[in-house]
Each structure stands twice: as structure tokens, then as C-alpha cells.
Ligand binder design. Sequence first.
Ligand code: SAH
Length: 218
Amino acid sequence: MGRRKNLMESKGQEVLIRALKANGTDQRVLNAMKKVPRHLFLPEDMQSFAYADTPLPIGYDQTISAPHMVAIMCDLLKITEGMTILEIGSGSGYNAAVMAELAGENGKVYTVERIPELVDLARNNLERAGYSNVTVVHDDGSCGLPEHAPYDRIAVTSVAPEVPPPLREQLSKNGIMVIPVGTQYQTLVVVKKDSKGNITHKAMGEVIFVPLIGKYGF
Ligand code: SAH
């Protein structure tokens, strides 16, 4: 385990959680975010900003999403205990950790990352923070991760030109996927598959993410 939060960080997290609560974040998501030490997922020179509501650089031109964006995505996903979850874009591993908290001991998170150094970073961070129910896979996540499909929930943390067909296929019946989509403007889209396999899309609003690079990406 890494070092515990110092007093400043504890205070900062308290303020952050209060702000997310005021935004209407679900209590289960707040509890999960309270448990995950975001500073352990950041480079040392960024740790003092860990509980500010802002995206931060994690190297290789990539960013850890702002806490409110993690909260919004997790709210929309409605993750419950025991679910199998796929994330595309591990980055620091932070979002995967929050989802792992929500899925609980019997849940499982697979997270796919294309940059090898970030695969190592996410693995180390998750291990340091004590998450053993998350598996980090090095691959092009725009093709999903067919070997463990179907997934109850899919979270894509980079923007795609359109919803990659393999992700749609790998979503289970009654499943939910959250994915930023767009070229000039980016919209957060909730994709739902009903019990018969029919798909619906709902646009939730404008967002800013780094691009999904790969076969079904940019
Ligand atoms: N969820 C991360 C933030 C992700 S930033 C966190 O909590 O820190 C987006 C990530 O998506 C970057 O690390 C980027 O390298 C990755 N990415 C982009 N295209 C990808 C692809 N096709 N497959 C897997 N990862 C991809």
C-alpha cells in the first residue's frame, strides 16, 4: 500500500465529495469515490492537486479525468455488486478502481490500455491501492475484449468517432455503455441494450476527452 492521505488531502477530498454531492451524485458513487485514494494514481508532482475537480496529466499526452466526470459516468452506469465491467482506456487506473469499489468483491473489472507504459502505470497504481479484482490488458480497446464478453457495463474513457460495433456486440442484454462520441463536438452517449438485444442511444451533453486511437477509433 502507498502512503495514506495527509491532512490537506483529507480536507481536499472532503470538500470535493461535498461538491459532488451538491451536484446530485448518487450516494453509492460518492462512497466509492471516498474510498479510492486519488493521490495514489497521480505522479508525485501532481499529488497536491489530487482532490481538485480537474483533469490532470499522467504522461504520454494523456490525462486522468476530472472527478466530476468519473462521478457522472459512474452514475449513468448504475453499477451494482457482482457485475462484470469493461473499461477502455485504463490511463492511471483511477476510474477502474472506483468502478471496482461499486462492483464489490464479487465483481470484476477488465480495463484495456494501448500505451504499454500506462498499462504498467495502471497495474502498479491499482496494486498499490489494493485492488485485486481489476485486470489491466494491453491491447487496442476499440475492438473491446472478446475473451471475457459479454459485459454488464462498458465505460469508454476516450472519445470515439462513433460507437465501435465490437463494443455494442460485447455489451450484455440489459447492459449499459457510456461513451463519448464525436469528431468536432463530443457528446457523452448512454447506449442501452434491452432484454431482446435492441439498442438505444441517448445523448447526455457535451464533454471533452482525449481520442480513442485504434481500428474503430481515430
Ligand atoms: N480512465 C483513465 C483516464 C483515461 S485517459 C483514468 O482513470 O486515469 C484515456 C486513455 O485511453 C489513455 O490512457 C489512452 O492511452 C487510452 N486509449 C486511447 N485509445 C485507446 C485504445 N484504442 N485502446 C485502449 N486504450 C486507449
